[in-house]
Ligand binder design. Sequence first.
Ligand code: XUL
Length: 460
Amino acid sequence: MFTLGIDSSTQGTKAVVYDTAAGCVVASAAVNYGKDMPEFGSSDGFLPNADPLVRRANPAMWVKGLELVLSRLRDGGAPMGEIAAVGGDAQQHATVFLTENGVERLRSGGVESSCFSRKESPIWMDSSTGAEVAALDARFGEALRARTGSPAIERFAAAQVMKFIKENPHAWARTARVHLLSSYLTSVLTGTDAPIETGDGAGMNLMNLQTLAWDEEICGFVASDLLAKLPRIHKPGNAPLRLAERFAAFGLKPGIPVAPFTGDNPASLVGCGAATPGCAVISLGTSDTFFAAMPEFRTDPDGYGHVFGNPAGGFMSLSCFKNGSLARDRVRRDCGVDWTFFDEPAFALTSPGNGGKRAFPYFETELTPKHDATGIEANFDWEASTPEVKIRAVVEGQIANMRERTRWIGDFKTIYVTGGASRSKGILATIRDIFAADVRTLDVPDSAAVGGAILAASSL
Ligand code: XUL
């Protein structure tokens, strides 16, 4: 049997056709927003903004990305007509604000500007809601972490909705539905106003993780009319969602089940085969994340980490580091070297520990720990150093920080590494040394789309 997994990530959309019997990918396609859809002016997946804390994207870009990746899959000869179910994931925390017309247009299929009450959707990289986070903290304090699995977080929906209402109350009044990108894409695929899946829904500061229902008190504090604008929450026994008629244009069979999309990290947990407790996953993407299935509900005492729903049942822990691949790429470009430099030359010319030289890249406001975007911070003369010293210093700085900030999750003998940078032998060796763990990679570097395809299969 074949299933389709779609991953709508920060910088592009990927899709895989997965053979469930053989457990392998038989066809795949990818779209990069910067290269393939320049009309959206979002080379790294978000719109330029004078305020470095603001990170937003045009939500129509994600729908176009979905359609383009399906066309590429079809045109590449993938067995579209034999696909039995669809699943997928999206970057976490991106919020989509639909007007009444936007909800209506889900049924007929079509996206125009009047569908969105907020023309630019905040994405997970947005850190511009400090005032709203302070207000949530002042009102709920520790209770927010105990109830929603995370302290008040800038990129989560609660703070983002509060800011939107403050900045544009009229547009809020025109908002009929607040979707996560994951539930929005499920809605587009099924032509319905789809529910939110609990794995991704946990990343909103709005869901009570003990009851898996919207927390009415928190929602009421964010906005008196918020509850009515939130989608329903998906429950495992719900009737399956079905693919809308119009996707026949891509060669898919209308009516096949669509599993509710989850977040990219929960999907990766499934795609790596790590959905039962025992091993951890490091995903090296636009953000670097460290996560693991949780044997019991436990939150980060330092307040940086999160608890999300595990799509396979129960919970997962997660710590997110914003300066991931884009930061590594920037250092690489500044050093004037290519990616092979993250394998042999740099790592053979220097030795583990780098003679005590370490650097931390803060090109984006960092989340874990919180740190302004100040550029490279090194404990040595950065400018006067060679590329190999700089690259090892940055990689070791990133991984050592990850080790320190994820001790609350536990120690693991086995760590799966996924994401584009998992191809780099130097980075893998650094993870192995710093975490003192056996490091494994997958044949497919993009485990999130595979996780989506596996979740599609289990929806059957
Ligand atoms: C997780 C997070 C990021 C995004 C990236 O909390 O914000 O990992 O999911 O797509």
